[in-house]
Design a protein around this ligand. Structure first.
Ligand code: NDP
Ligand code: 8X3
Length: 264
């Protein structure tokens, strides 16, 4: 908690699931002195989350910001539009992301391909490039954390996930590249790859079909978003010389993207 004191943290996709849990977990870990910039498209939900966090943790200031990471113009204006109090960002959690459908090639719509790439890949890259100048300007040789939420899907392709898997493989490759590029700085580049987590992820995948989404989790006990948030906050809270560079987080029944033990 001491190491996070006074930090300013930007979280993308903070209106639901892992991003929302990260917001609460950061606040719980450092309730006396923390600034959170919570971003997503659903601003009303972010405002409710901000109220709840500020109600629980009196020393935490929360700024909800409507931001579609797939919109390059919105991302370009993001840092410039932050109030002075929130401008000196220390930690970026690149969490916003989604999957659409389980269609296989050649039946994948160009709209779905564009949505997944522009959110999971271009959005994440644009956010990183938007915040890096702040990190690099920090004396004496730059400092800050980039925490990217990848996926087991980026390590292991599966049928019906070609585009999503490709986006998460791209995240992994970008992350590993910038860790090398930033080696002369004190910027930490961290990737956390969850396996199965029960969030709105599958509801979004199946375009609002909650029954279909529920079936994904039948007979298994997925991770909760809180489980992943604890790993994110742990990584951010390490001593500055410690980089938890790469973490794969499974629930106990999972051993690979498609290797699950399901109870009958
Ligand atoms: P949720 O659907 O619960 O949350 C996704 C979040 O991303 C929402 O807050 C949503 O907010 C936001 N988001 C989606 N599109 C955009 C956009 N264009 N601009 C800004 N925000 C956006 O899913 P999860 O919490 O599960 O997903 C979080 C991350 O974790 C994703 O990157 C996902 O790929 C990854 N992941 C998830 C796993 C799982 O099994 N659930 C496993 C491994 C990785 P809003 O709609 O308000 O914009
Ligand atoms: C989410 C995990 O394997 O359901 O990133 O695509 S998977």
């Amino acid at each position: 908690a001491q190491r996070l004191k006074g930090k300013t943290i930007v979280i993308t996709g903070a209106s639901s699931g892992i991003g929302k849990s990260c917001a609460f977990e950061f606040a719980r870990t450092c309730p006396d002195d923390l600034k959170l910039v919570l971003t997503a498209r659903r601003i009303d939900t972010l405002k409710e989350i901000a109220r709840d966090i500020e109600g629980e943790a009196k020393g935490v200031k929360v700024l909800p910001v409507k931001l579609d990471v797939s919109n390059a113009d919105e991302v370009a204006g993001f840092v410039g539009n932050l109030p002075a109090e929130f401008k000196d960002v220390d930690i970026l959690v690149n969490n916003a992301g989604l999957v659409k459908g389980k269609e296989t090639a050649p039946h994948i719509s160009t709209a779905d391909i564009d949505t997944m790439f522009s959110t999971n890949v271009t959005g994440l890259i644009n956010m990183t490039q938007a915040l890096l100048p702040t990190f690099l300007a920090r004396a004496p040789s730059g400092a800050g954390d980039i925490i990217n939420i990848g996926s087991i899907a980026g390590r292991e392709p599966y049928q019906g996930g070609s585009i999503y898997c490709a986006t998460k493989a791209a995240v992994r490759s970008f992350t590993d590249s910038i860790r090398r590029e930033l080696i002369a700085t004190r910027v930490r580049v961290i990737e956390i790859d969850p396996g199965q987590v029960e969030t709105e992820f599958s509801v979004v995948r199946f375009r609002g079909d909650e029954e279909r989404a529920r079936k994904e989790y039948e007979g298994v006990e997925p991770l909760t978003p809180q489980d992943v948030a604890e790993v994110v906050v742990f990584a951010a809270g390490r001593r500055e010389n410690v980089v938890l560079a790469d973490a794969l987080v499974f629930p106990n029944h999972q051993a690979a993207a498609t290797v699950m033990h399901r109870k009958a």
